[in-house]
Design a protein around this ligand. Structure first.
Ligand SMILES: [Zn+2]
Length: 227
């Protein structure tokens, strides 16, 4: 009798847990890399790059550094949306959409999260697409990896001034922290970003793929252990 009650509560607990996981995924809270173009269609007031972020010099420099020039990436600004990357609408060709919320105080304040999103495009291209990347990595791994790559880019490619470094770090850790398990804690995100900024890029032949391997193989596990 007692074991039946225990079993019943275990089943109830499992159902609640499964529902919670499903809700988190449905809300896209397992990071900002979305699996498809459908789950995020409900964002409102979207239009094609109203802030012209796609032609900002720092964004163009990032695209060049990530060697994404031949990869179709659309920027879409929405009245209400988190920063996120998702596949383009055509399921038969590999393309990407980066969504951003309107209303940030300056174009500069978009650069850290946009660079982070471009890092997801880079990771996806290395893996052979978003679906494969999501299969091969857990959310924390690709999110901290994107923060690391953003750090490498800021220091070596997009010429963001050193005086803005602290602001940038603060923005990186504040942005979209609805679920710390998905993106990492502010301490972990700072550590990943700084690890990229202070990477001696020349030791890796100034090759972002090699830098990415260094992070995934040698640095991620240590940073993920931080509180
Ligand atoms: Zn992300």
């Amino acid at each position: 009798m007692r074991s039946a009650r225990v079993l019943k509560s275990l089943v109830q607990f499992a159902c609640v847990a499964v529902t919670a996981i499903w809700s988190a995924n449905a809300a896209g809270e397992d990071g900002c890399l979305y699996a498809d173009n459908v789950e995020s269609t409900s964002f409102s007031g979207c239009s094609n790059d109203p802030l012209h972020l796609g032609s900002q010099p720092a964004v163009l420099a990032s695209i060049k550094a990530f060697a994404l020039n031949g990869v179709p990436v659309s920027f879409i600004g929405c009245r209400e949306a988190p920063f996120l990357t998702r596949p383009g609408k055509d399921p038969f060709s590999r393309s990407y959409e980066i969504l951003y919320p309107l209303g940030q105080k300056s174009v500069e304040s978009y650069l850290p999260p946009i660079t982070h999103e471009l890092a997801h495009v880079f990771q996806s291209e290395l893996a052979g697409g978003i679906a494969k990347l999501r299969l091969e990595t857990i959310s924390l791994q690709r999110e901290l990896g994107a923060d690391f790559l953003a750090g490498v880019i800021f220091k070596n490619a997009s010429n963001v001034e050193a005086v803005k470094f602290q602001t940038t770090v603060a923005l990186m850790s504040l942005y979209r922290e609805l679920d710390e398990n998905a993106h990492g804690t502010p301490v972990q995100r700072n550590a990943a970003f700084r690890s990229g900024v202070y990477l001696k890029f020349s030791d890796f032949d100034r090759d972002l793929k090699k830098a990415n391997d260094e992070f995934q193989q040698n640095r991620y596990a240590t940073i993920a252990l931080r509180p």
